[in-house]
Design a protein around this ligand. Sequence first.
Ligand code: BUJ
Length: 653
Amino acid sequence: LRSNLRCLQVASSWRAFQSFRKSSTSSDYIQDSIVPTMHFQHSLPRLPIPKLSYTCRRYLKSQEPVLTPEVYAATKKIVQDFEKGEGNSLNSQLIAQNKRNKHTSYISGPWFDMYLESRASIVLNFNPYMAYKFDERPEYNDQLIRSSNIVVSAMRLMKTLREGKLEPEVYHLNPKKSDTESFRKIARWMPQSIAAYYAILNKAFPLDMSQYFRLFNSTRVPQIGRDELVTDDSGRHLLVVRNGHYYTFDVIDQDGSIVSPADIQANLQYILNDNTPRPDAPVGYLTAENRDVWANVRTKIVDTSENNAQVMKMIDSAVFCLCLDDTSPDGPEDMTRNMLYGDAAYRWFDKSFQIIVCKNGLMSVNFEHAWGDGVAVLRLFNETFKDMNERPAVSPSSQPSNTDPSQGVNRLTLDLEPGVSNAINTARDNYEAATSKLCIDAYQHMDFGKNFLKTCKISPDSVMQLSFQMAYLRMTGQVGATYESCSTAAFKHGRTETLRSATQETTRCSQAFLKDSSASLEEKRRLLQECSDIHNQLTKEAAMGQGWDRHLFALRTLAAKEGKTPAIFADPAYSFINHIILSTSTLSAPAVLAGGFAPVVPNGLGIGYTALDDSVGCNITSYPDSLNASDFVACLIDCWKDIQDVLSKTNKQ
Ligand code: BUJ
């Protein structure tokens, strides 16, 4: 019932979202796709529930490298019993429930709950960031120019999306065949009920776009026990945060058109020139608090006055949050500190996304994770970057309009009771304590990249993942539980699957690369190939929804609802493999300068990485209880050199 209700909510929000239509000039759009945005959505394939026997087999395969043989034997017995007994009946229930809920995926509900029920601060624990490359035209990196342009480009994207003119997101396996006009012309005439099948037959995989309606006008609102995602697309204003002050002004006019860029520029200039001193208790810190604490304080704020209730409504319904930082991050560590968290007097972490623009023009997206995943945010990222480059709304010679910005810009003020100010001070102390512990190091290795690895017929991602295993083994003598995020957006309401990249193969290979190993060059080359082969297989499986993590997670959730904890989940080995030491995620897009996230456990590492044509790079975070990020980077560089050495020597032979 709960999941049905949620679906109704989603459907009605989507209808309201689409009803926002109005004829505007073509400069208000980033594109006019001949295939409507949601054309494939209705016929997307459903996320499969893997066979229980496959899940058990895959789970045991992932456990093998992290457990001792004795512990593994005990876990194997528990898993076999689960498969024959309790697991079997839970799985039948899951299958039946899934059949009754054809509009969604079996993971969607539990995954929203996982995020929204967590009471931990969303800062460091959930929100990641992605940084944009600088504009190649230095004069466009001026803070006012860049922020005016990103606002207009984001609004163009919002309008394009809402009017169904945004190209559907499609992963083209064979772009020459399907990323073509003729494919689009045929696809648009296909009835929506079969359009995705047609695309898939052409090796074009349409991706789920159900998350997109939460890109704009959306906020995670703290509530006791479980937060709520709120989308109010009647909001026409932008939220701007600077120096503890919160401002709004309209970026969409009453007719639904984008406000003139000159007016937007004038309003942003006005905010940048505002010298009002920083308040003693900036409310932004609260959005980084424990969620129950924040929920209680927020209720107090809202109950204090009608003005406060209105202010909160304005914040929640704003199109997005623009953070105008007074900093100029210098170097990768400084950038990650600024963009992953920064000064919370310049943030509202609950918004679906914040765009942070620094004094030196460095710009990032920091996003709340409950509503959506990397695919939707990357689309926002890529489209806005492209639009700002190709069709910047303002240029260094543009003059802000001479309308009076004090009429359009609202500085929001809250009536804060002493209890609330105290809560903000505590929130600030907690924030400083948590964020100051984070260690960060990043490195770009210029000696090889995808091009070289492809000539060796080795999967670049497998080399990256193997290098993490090697470095961890060299530093600790152990195999750490490892998570590689993999999108399952090729399925209706798919989210992510975990690719368990620590395998028997990576362990064998990492051991063979230890300094005291007697493995020959050929032996090492063969082991590298084995790692690549198994990694390719695991990648395909995860992307097809054939991992074990989400399936077991759904079964565990189902059992918990009945007050049961089957032995497989009480087994310490299950907790062990889910205490993620190496949390990894990768991104490579032309617009991306860098990105990052914090470790998910105190003794773990957060590893953002990229494999580019001629270089590989990583951005690593750690806490004091774990391996240090910089030590790990140093060891990683040695591993990359050793792998390259073996590959180049054996490639020549
Ligand atoms: O897996 C999931 O469900 C969501 C994951 C969660 N987690 C981050 C914990 C793995 N979320 C994502 O994967 C989204 C992450 C978005 C940021 C990715 C950053 C990648 C940065 C690469 C660039 C580093 C290059 C530095 C070079 C100096």
